[in-house]
Design a protein around this ligand. Structure first.
Ligand SMILES: Nc1ncnc2c1ncn2[C@@H]1O[C@H](COP(=O)(O)OP(=O)(O)OP(=O)(O)O)[C@@H](O)[C@H]1O
Length: 251
């Protein structure tokens, strides 16, 4: 079943059009990479997919129904189902809050669990990202970048979402940690049937995490398909230039 779909979506900041006629859909278990040079519109697509902005043209469908930012019941289901993971695990975690409070935030704001039930779900989320239970009682500054990104991912999965939207989730991390966080995302997908949209400049990360890839140029889709095909047999000259800029792509 389709979880989230953009149908002919267009967007503009003021009079400046930045997206045109974008159609992409995510079903259970799908993983989709969004690539394209800086300014191509990747983050803006994530904003539409997260319900942080409404498209000027076309529509966003959630479980087959148009997403309405004013429909509170629908937005509550949407927020529990579709969760973001941000780029920078340093600035995305409030340094004054204990980890259990940070991870429990979606449970509180969505009214999903409280008290012992919430603590159980926080412990489960920590376990699912490979962090020990005592992490809950500590503060962000006690953790490395990779551990912080695991904490951010624990916060993203605590509401038991169906879809994660990740904007450059590994670009702030060193190479070894990158691989570990990509493996974690892959395991969460396999074990929990999670779907993933990932924006990245790093085509190696896209190749590791995403079955399908959409290539954007100036707010338009120039190519989309199976990641292996898009990266190893690009049809569009723009995609070819992106791929040629990477010294070695894994086969
Ligand atoms: N708040 C804003 N106000 C005005 N223009 C914006 C705003 N945010 C983004 N833009 C413009 O919209 C276009 C698309 O930006 P967007 O951030 O979606 O691209 P991107 O592909 O994610 O880029 P990057 O890889 O650099 O993050 C760019 O031309 C950008 O300058």
């Amino acid at each position: 079943m389709t979880i989230l779909e953009l149908q002919g979506a267009g967007f503009a900041y003021g009079s400046r059009r930045v997206l045109d006629d974008i159609s992409v859909s995510l079903s259970e278990g799908d993983s989709l990479g969004l690539v394209g040079e800086s300014g191509a519109g990747k983050s803006t697509i994530l904003r539409l997919m997260l319900g942080l902005a409404a498209p000027r043209d076309g529509q966003v469908l959630f479980d087959g129904a148009p997403l309405s930012l004013r429909d509170r019941a629908q937005m509550r289901r949407f927020r529990a189902s579709v969760q973001p993971v941000f780029q920078d695990p340093y600035s995305s975690l409030d340094p004054r809050q204990r980890i259990d409070r940070i991870i429990g935030e979606p449970l509180r704001s969505l009214g999903l669990a409280s008290g012992a039930d919430a603590q159980r779900r926080i412990a489960e989320a920590l376990d699912s990202v490979g962090l020990p239970a005592d992490t809950a009682r500590r503060y962000p500054h006690e953790f490395s970048g990779g551990q912080r990104q695991r904490i951010a991912i624990a916060r993203a999965v605590v509401s038991r979402p169906r879809l994660l939207l990740a904007d450059e989730p590994v670009s702030a991390l060193d190479v070894t940690t990158r691989v570990q966080v990509l493996e974690l995302l892959d395991r969460l997908r396999r074990e929990n049937g999670l779907s993933l949209v990932m924006v990245s400049h790093d085509l190696t990360a896209i190749a590791a995490a995403c079955d399908r890839t959409v290539v954007l140029q100036n707010g338009r889709v120039v190519e989309q398909g199976a990641t292996a095909t898009v990266l190893h047999d690009p049809q569009d000259p723009y995609t070819r230039a992106l791929v040629d800029a990477v010294p070695r792509l894994p086969r």
